[in-house]
Design a protein around this ligand. Structure first.
Ligand code: ATP
Length: 612
């Protein structure tokens, strides 16, 4: 356990020396071979790893944290390794003397390039013992790989990978190859890393813990998670933890213009009466829920603009029209702002909102203004920063007032989200119908003054969403990650797949087929899929007519019942959620919550088990 662990007894390198890359690799190996799944235990292991590095070589803490986060830079900087499987295989082939065909075959059998790297490495006889790899060396090589561009860049990347691979020993090749593919395969969630980082900073014992802190470990973990949600920049967070400790972190790292905060999300509500009941003692507002793409727009003092996606990715180049619109429609008194909004496809000649599917036909990468074929309108619903002052601690009433004062509306370019303030259930119902008639998904209902601050990264009870689908099916759609598939046959009516869509999805998943399921996949034992998929990458939005208890399926097993899971009745594919990462798929807890909230309603099929 973390509290009876002494870093000085563990480190097998001298204080001040560069930390060997083998050190984290051995911890990963331990988690993997012992099949450790408990996030508490993983937190302890990662915390001990971080403490050891803090004790011996604090300068190596940042590269280690980045490796654990499977990143090389903050998401908004857009610096990614982007190494495809083909390049890894070529590098392995050059380094270990096996042909690419042999390696591909081996990959088909082992199902993991990391394991392929291990087995190829161990069959090599070494002429001389290589110099041990260090964390900093691996991290800086990853940076070099990411930055290579131009004519010979593939060759240069290949040489960097080869050099790392040749120097890797023991279990290092496995994790080196996985990290190059931005995965670790040990089930380490980013929030676990953040918690471990907070605890490690506390254990380092260098900084005074105020007496009013009752549960230091939990609170230290919470502080780092919260700070990261408003300021997701490890470089600054790690430096601040080392110099000023965890309790000062909110002062040293806070909301900063140009750095996207992780957006606030809404919880699902099942019906109108639930809303009135939940918010009975507080003033609330209902807004149209637009169906487009979430955007956080940062306008800097120098007039430059950045647009970030829901995942903090930089989307500025994709929306030059939005950049122009916000710059033109801000009031002259507005020198800087952060706007939270939905970008929606729009037909300006008919003054009509267009469906999400039309928006998704826009280019995925940077475009010139003249090449834009689908116009978008900005539907603005929140203002998080204005003229040098963060507003996230303000109540929505104040933020919204500032929003209305800061922009001019212009049809088809920028509108404030249509809203009413009423606690009359009939009025809300009418407003909901108007939203649906106006091509919106439903409503988002928000507290206005009590408990009404902006809560980054939270799926908050202070924002409720009510969608038209909720009223006649299970409620919200689920966001699911495909891990296996059956070769379909016959009629596909009712699955939601068009022939073109199905072709596209199977082409995309074909390269991810592995021979066996990953050790951490949980699945129904009675039906063996035809193919398994590696490293989850796609998130599919799926609707169903019902959620039912199942003795076969294992989603949310243990939450509702120790032996039964939850399955979907009549599942239907809606779309690929390109704006969501697999970690953002519906969690077991959310699935269980949906099942419970559904059981308030008459269900034809509870306790049936004829589901997919
Ligand atoms: P969904 O699949 O319903 O979009 P989600 O998980 O992406 O779910 P939710 O928090 O459940 O996100 O729904 C909120 C989303 O609705 C926001 O991320 C935003 O993109 C969109 N949205 C549209 N109109 C509004 C609005 N008026 N206020 C807040 N969010 C809005």
């Amino acid at each position: 356990r973390a509290n009876d662990f002494e870093p000085e007894l563990v480190a097998c390198w001298k204080q001040g020396e560069r930390v060997p890359f083998l050190f984290p690799c051995l911890a990963f190996h331990l988690i993997e071979t012992e099949k450790i799944k408990s996030q508490t235990l993983i937190t302890d292991i990662v915390c001990n790893m971080l403490r050891t590095v803090m004790y011996t070589t604090p300068d190596d803490l940042l590269p280690l944290v980045y490796l654990l986060a499977k990143r090389i830079a903050p998401p908004h900087e857009g610096l990614e390794l982007g190494i495809g499987e083909a390049l890894v295989i070529k590098a392995l082939s050059d380094a270990c003397g096996r042909t690419q065909t042999q390696l591909r075959k081996l990959n088909e059998t082992l199902g993991d390039l990391g394991a392929v790297a291990m087995s190829s490495r161990s069959s090599q006889t070494m002429l001389r013992k290589p110099r041990p790899l260090t964390i900093t060396e691996v991290f800086s090589t990853f940076h070099r790989i990411a930055k290579e561009s131009g004519k010979d860049s593939q060759m240069k990347k290949l040489n960097h990978i080869k050099a790392l691979f040749v120097a890797a020993t023991d279990c290092e090749p496995q994790y080196l190859i996985r990290l190059l593919q931005a995965k670790l395969g040990i089930g380490l969630a980013e929030k676990t890393l953040l918690a471990a980082l907070g605890q490690a900073a506390l254990y380092s014992g260098k900084h005074f813990t105020p007496p009013n802190i009752q549960t230091p470990l939990e609170e230290a973990a919470e502080i780092v998670k919260e700070v990261y949600s408003v300021f997701p920049v490890y470089d600054k967070i790690v430096a601040a933890l080392l110099s000023d400790g965890v309790w000062n972190l909110p002062k040293t790292c806070s909301f900063t213009l140009g750095v996207p905060v992780v957006p606030m999300l809404a919880k699902q509500a099942k019906g109108f009466s639930e809303i009135v009941q939940k918010f009975q003692n507080t003033e609330f507002t209902c807004e149209y829920k637009y169906d487009g793409e979430r955007a956080q727009i940062h306008y800097m003092e120098d007039g430059s603009v950045e647009i970030y996606s829901r995942n903090a990715e930089r989307n500025t180049g994709k929306f030059p029209d939005v950049v122009a619109a916000v710059s033109r429609l801000r009031k002259s008194s507005v020198r800087s702002f952060v706007l939270d909004c939905e970008l929606v496809a729009y037909d300006r000649s008919k003054q009509k909102i267009l469906p999400f599917q039309i928006l998704s036909t826009r280019a995925r990468h940077s475009v010139a203004m003249s090449d834009i074929k689908v116009a978008v309108c900005i539907f603005a619903f929140d203002l998080l920063y204005l003229n040098g002052r963060p507003l996230i601690q303000e109540e929505l009433k104040v933020r919204r007032h500032s929003l209305y004062q800061s922009f001019d509306e212009e049809a088809g370019f920028l509108k404030f989200a249509t809203a009413i303030t009423s606690n009359d259930i009939y009025e809300i119902r009418k407003f909901f119908d108007a939203a649906v008639d106006g091509s919106c998904e439903g409503l988002i209902i928000k507290t206005l003054n009590k408990d009404a601050t902006y809560e980054p990264c939270k799926r908050s009870l202070n924002w409720l969403k009510l969608k038209k689908d909720y009223l006649n099916s299970i409620g919200d759609s689920l966001d699911l990650v495909p891990i296996a598939a059956f070769y379909g046959c016959g009629n596909r009516k009712g699955t939601g797949f068009s022939t073109a869509m199905l072709k596209e999805r199977s082409a995309s998943l074909r390269s991810k087929v592995i021979p066996r399921p990953r050790s951490y996949y949980r699945y129904a034992g009675t039906k063996t899929p035809d193919v398994w998929f590696d490293q989850p990458t796609e998130v599919w939005e799926v609707k169903a007519s019902d959620l039912t208890i199942s003795v076969v399926h294992c989603a949310a097993i243990d939450i509702i019942d120790p032996h039964k899971g939850i399955s979907l009745r009549n599942p239907r594919f809606v779309r690929v959620r390109t704006d969501k990462k697999p970690e953002e798929a519906s969690s077991s807890e959310q699935v269980a919550e949906m099942y419970i909230s559904q059981s308030h309603f008459p269900s034809k099929s509870n306790n049936q088990d004829d589901n997919d």
